[in-house]
Every structure is written in structure tokens, then in C-alpha cells.
Ligand binder design. Sequence first.
Ligand SMILES: NC(=O)c1ccc[n+]([C@@H]2O[C@H](COP(=O)([O-])OP(=O)(O)OC[C@H]3O[C@@H](n4cnc5c(N)ncnc54)[C@H](OP(=O)(O)O)[C@@H]3O)[C@@H](O)[C@H]2O)c1
Length: 253
Amino acid sequence: MTSVAVVTGASSGIGAATARRLAAEGFHVLAAARRTDRLAALVAEIEAAGGAATAVACDVTSDESVAGLAQAATALGPVTLLVNNAGGARGLDPVESGSVDDWQWMYDVNVLGTLRVTQALLPALEASGAATIVVVSSTAGFTVYEGGGGYVAAKHAQTAIAGTLRLELCGRPIRVIEIDPGMVRTDEFGLVRFGGDAEKAAAVYAGVAEPLVAEDVADCVAWCATRPQHVNVDRLVVRPRAQAAQHKVHRVG
Ligand SMILES: NC(=O)c1ccc[n+]([C@@H]2O[C@H](COP(=O)([O-])OP(=O)(O)OC[C@H]3O[C@@H](n4cnc5c(N)ncnc54)[C@H](OP(=O)(O)O)[C@@H]3O)[C@@H](O)[C@H]2O)c1
């Protein structure tokens, strides 16, 4: 039977690119997110390219919704890969004036979403006998930056889940891989962060000739997930060449 790969946040950006790529690698992709119209279009695209995919409406902040995702995954076949990708940032305010609601949203989606989905899928992953859990955290998972407080706190917590889980699952047939991208130009990440302000969102990438794109991160996920099962890439940090560090970005013009 074809191995099932569950990808959360598959309706856009890195998640959608990862779903396309994993389908091309031969997985049956279970594409999960809240926006089902986008998932349906993605599934149609994957199938037209000869791949296999199924869409599942899932809100990672809901126990009930995540239980439905786990049920749909196990019904499809052996679940060997989970990509915890759903997440994002809201706001770029200093700690002094940051919105509690924004911080709450970031913790709920990035951290508790990863926890909820991982807990729900662990039995099926373990039953497959050779499973991989990928956590898409961020360079914000290990570096602080001004205005990033809420996102940085959430990504540090998400990173802590990956590290802790790897220790706790040692000896069982599940590897845990953390992928930490730097600056990735996706259509929606900046829009979500800046409440739909396209100008502010575009300014993040201003003058950066080649930020990473979603396919670059999907490539990292696919590479890690297709190594022989005994090879555990603990943590993969990937940035564009123009971003030597969080605070050091080469911009022209
Ligand atoms: N772009 C970057 O520079 C960058 C850098 C480092 C790390 N990352 C991380 O990479 C991941 C993907 O980012 P991206 O740039 O691809 O952003 P994006 O295009 O905004 O994608 C975010 C995805 O998360 C989903 N999502 C949000 N809330 C959800 C919820 N409650 N339940 C289920 N799904 C939910 C969204 O789908 P729906 O709205 O349809 O539910 C969407 O598919 C995030 O974890 C982000 O923190 C991004």
C-alpha cells in the first residue's frame, strides 16, 4: 500500500509546495487546512500530474477537527510521514505593546496545533513501523529579534516540542526532524503577519534578489524524509544566501 504523508497548512505556501513535492515522491498526500476550496484545487493539480492526494478540512486548534484528520489518515493506508507545517506570525509589535490576542493565536496554531496533530497521529505513525515527524519551525525558533517576541516565543516552543519528542521517542520507530527556514517569500505569510497590508508584507523582501521560495523548503522536507530510516536529520537550518543571519540581510537599491 502507498505510504500516507499528512501535511498540515497545505492550502498555501510551504505546505502546498510540500504536498506537491511529496506526491511527486510517491506518497499519498493528505492535505489538511481550513480552506477546502484551495485544498480541492491542490488535489486536482496533484492528480493531474499523476500523483495521489486527498483533502481534509482541519483546524489544528480544534480537538474534534484533528481527530477527524487522524481518522481520515488511518483510513487511507500506513501513515509514515507527518509534516507539522500549519502556522504563522501575527504582528511585529514590541513586547511592550504586543497584542495578547496575537500572541494567543500564534501559540495556539504553531505550538498547540503541532502538539494536537502529533498526539493524534502518533499511534498510526508508530504502527507503520518506520515513521517520520517533521516540524516546520523557523530560525525564529532559536534567535530572537525586535518585534518578533510573540512569534519567536511560539517558534521556540515548537522547537522545544521537536527536541523533547526526539528524546522521548528514542528506541521507537519514529524519527523527529526539525526544519528551520529563514526568509521565505510566500504569498500569505506576510499578509497574515501584517493583517492584510500588502505593502508592509512586500517590504520584508524589498531588495532581496532571491529569498527562499516555498519549493526550496519543500525540497528540504522531501530530502530529509527520503533518507534511509536510520538517518535522522535532527535539525536543518535553511536561509537564502542573502540572509547571513536574522539581522544581516543583503539588500540592493
Ligand atoms: N514564510 C516564511 O518566511 C517562513 C519562515 C520560517 C518558517 N515559516 C513557517 O512555515 C510554515 C508555513 O508558512 P508559509 O510561509 O507557507 O505561510 P502561509 O502561506 O501563511 O501558510 C500557513 C498555512 O497554515 C494554515 N493554517 C493557519 N491556521 C491554521 C489552523 N488553525 N488550522 C489549520 N491550518 C492553519 C493555513 O491554511 P488555512 O488558512 O487554509 O487554514 C496555511 O495553509 C509556518 O509554520 C511558518 O511559521 C515560514
